[in-house]
Design a protein around this ligand. Structure first.
Ligand code: NI
Length: 246
C-alpha cells in the first residue's frame, strides 16, 4: 500500500482529537445552562401545570388514566393510599417507569388534623417504607387527606406538604363537562390541579383537560418538576398550593 492511508489515518486522528477537545469545552457549558438551580433568567418558560391524583391506585381507572397519559406523553403525580397499594404494586412500578411522581396520602386515609404521635408514624412513615421497598424513588412528598394537618404533624412530616390551587370537587358528582370547565376557568401558570383517579368520570376529565391545556401551550410536569422549573427547593413541613413564576 502507498503511504496515503497513513496520512489519512493521521489526519483522522487529528480531527478526532480536535472534536474531542471541542466537545470537552462545549458540553459542560451547555449542560450548566440547563440546570434548574441556575439564575432565574435561565429558568425555562412556561406555562407549566401539575396534575395530581389522590386516593388511588384503583386497577381499572388508574390503568385507563396511565394509558391516556402515556399516549399524550404527560407526567402526573399520584398521592396514593397504602391500603390501595396492596395488590396494585405493578401499577405503582408502572407509574414510576413511565415518569410519574408518587407521593403519600396516608395508609388508611386518616385525617392528619386528628391523629398524632404513634398514629402519625403508622399512617405516614409506614406508607413511605412500603413505597421505598417497592420503588427506586428516594423521597416522597405528602398530601394530607382533606388538605388538613396540625402544626405538630407538619413538623413530623419529613416531607414537603403539597396542597392544590384548582379543585373541581370531582368526588361530588360524575359530571365531566362541569369539572373540565371549572379546571379550565381556574388554571394559571404554576397551578396544582386536584383530581381522584378512582372515578371513571375523573379520568375522562383529566384527559380532556390535558388536551385542552396542551392546545393552549401548557406543559404538564410532576410536582417535583414544577419546583425545579421554578428554581424553588421544596422544604419539609412547608405547605405549597401552587408555584407561579417568580
Ligand atoms: Ni383523599
Amino acid at each position: 500500500m502507498s503511504k496515503h492511508p497513513l496520512i489519512l489515518r493521521a489526519g483522522a486522528l487529528a480531527l478526532a482529537g480536535a472534536l474531542l477537545a471541542l466537545s470537552w469545552t462545549w458540553f459542560p457549558l451547555c449542560y450548566r445552562d440547563s440546570l434548574p438551580a441556575a439564575a432565574p433568567a435561565s429558568l425555562p418558560a412556561g406555562p407549566f401545570v401539575a396534575l395530581t391524583f389522590d386516593d388511588g391506585p384503583r386497577s381499572t381507572t388508574t390503568t385507563t388514566l396511565l394509558d391516556g397519559l402515556s399516549q399524550r406523553g404527560v407526567h402526573a403525580t399520584f398521592f396514593v393510599i397504602g391500603e390501595n397499594v396492596q395488590g396494585n404494586e405493578e401499577l405503582l412500578i408502572r407509574m414510576e417507569r413511565e415518569g410519574h411522581q408518587i407521593g403519600l396520602h396516608t395508609f388508611h386515609h386518616k385525617s392528619l388534623a386528628l391523629v398524632g404521635g404513634a398514629d402519625f408514624y403508622a399512617e405516614v412513615d409506614q406508607l413511605r417504607e412500603t413505597l421505598k421497598s417497592l420503588l427506586d424513588q428516594e423521597s416522597y412528598m405528602l398530601r394530607p387527606p382533606y388538605g388538613m394537618i396540625t402544626p405538630a404533624n407538619r413538623a413530623r412530616a419529613g416531607a414537603p406538604i403539597i396542597l392544590w390551587s384548582v379543585d373541581p370537587e370531582d368526588w361530588s358528582d360524575q359530571d365531566t363537562p362541569r369539572q373540565v370547565s371549572v379546571i379550565l376557568d381556574n388554571t394559571q401558570d404554576g397551578s396544582i390541579i386536584l383530581l381522584h383517579d378512582i372515578y371513571p368520570s375523573s379520568v375522562d376529565t383529566a384527559l380532556q383537560v390535558v388536551d385542552a391545556l396542551m392546545a393552549q401551550g401548557y406543559k404538564f410536569v410532576t410536582v417535583e418538576e414544577l419546583f425545579a422549573v421554578r428554581g424553588v427547593t421544596p422544604e419539609n413541613g412547608k405547605e405549597y398550593r401552587k408555584l407561579p413564576p417568580g
